[in-house]
Design a protein around this ligand. Structure first.
Ligand SMILES: [Zn+2]
Length: 289
């Protein structure tokens, strides 16, 4: 799933290609992805794009006072096409295409929104104000906002009884951090994902705040200038613990471990993060027996 750094890079990529261009045609293919009906998607046709921004993990393509807001979710992606086929796309079957946007001009360029797999999570909204999208309205502060300070972060964690792993990826607390980067931030901060947020000392809070900004800025830096098609591979290659179960920790060489849940898993390094003690995980202990 794309998180803050990938969506940031996608928005920069699109900003360069879309700003000032006119939307010629919008073709919804998977109707289930479309979450709004007023204004209709066709209201975007004939409007000039700008600006393209991001709210947490939501992409926001502005055009003539309207906003095409996109949440890629787990398996959604945006594919830039130098030349889109002229014939209308056919819905149904295993077609991963959810929405196609044609731009005006000779080139016939534009982009496709696609979604692989069966868990449909891709969501597309056409709104007059991005705050009309419930997921955008409830977003907490953006950790890369220059105005987001250690004092703000300290206030967010104050009285927070949940574990760090859950708090960091709660979009209502912080905008844009998901399962992958919460693992990475906790590894960089050398903290257990199970640590209760309100139990952090002043020093630990400062360390986590540094790790949060540092990890995300580094990832944004690595993704900058990459084409939409290259972002997924870049994200994967930049991760230190997330998705690397069984591989050596790049910091200390210990084996990266995982805790699995019904529909997700977290990865961590015992030496770096939990004083060398593996966290309880029934599935993992079965595997290691
Ligand atoms: Zn380690």
């Amino acid at each position: 799933m794309p998180e803050l750094p990938e969506v940031e890079a996608l928005s920069a990529f699109l900003s360069e290609r879309l700003t000032g261009r006119v939307i010629a045609r919008v073709q919804p293919v998977a109707i289930s992805a479309l979450k709004t009906y007023d204004p209709p998607v066709t209201a975007l046709e004939g409007l000039t794009v700008g600006p393209v921004t991001r709210h947490g993990k939501f992409l926001d393509i502005g055009a003539g006072g309207l906003h095409l807001v996109i949440h890629l979710a787990r398996a959604g992606w945006l594919r830039w096409k130098e030349q889109l086929p002229a014939e209308p796309p056919r819905p149904g079957g295993r077609n991963p295409l959810a929405l196609r946007v044609h731009l005006e001009g000779e080139a016939g360029d534009g982009f496709d929104l696609t979604e692989a797999g069966t868990k449909k999570g891709l969501a597309v909204y056409v709104v007059r104000d991005p705050a009309e999208v419930p997921g955008v309205a409830r977003l907490g502060p953006d950790p890369l906002d220059p105005g987001f300070t250690l004092a703000d972060f300290t206030a967010l964690l104050h009285g927070e009884r949940r574990r760090l792993k859950g708090v960091l990826r709660d979009q209502g607390v912080l905008a844009g951090v998901g399962n992958a980067y919460s693992d990475e931030v906790l590894h960089a901060a050398r903290m257990s994902p199970y640590k209760v947020a309100s139990s952090l000392t002043e020093e630990e809070t400062a360390r986590l705040f540094e790790a949060l900004g540092g990890t995300l800025r580094e990832a944004v830096e690595r993704s900058r200038g990459l084409a939409a098609g290259e972002l997924k591979a870049e994200k994967k290659s930049g991760l230190r613990v997330h998705g690397r179960t069984g591989q050596p920790c790049p910091v200390c060489g210990d084996t990266v471990r995982e805790v699995s849940f019904a529909d997700s898993s977290l990865q961590y390094c015992p030496t770096c993060q939990t004083g060398g003690r593996p966290l309880a995980d029934r599935r993992m202990s079965r595997l290691l027996k």
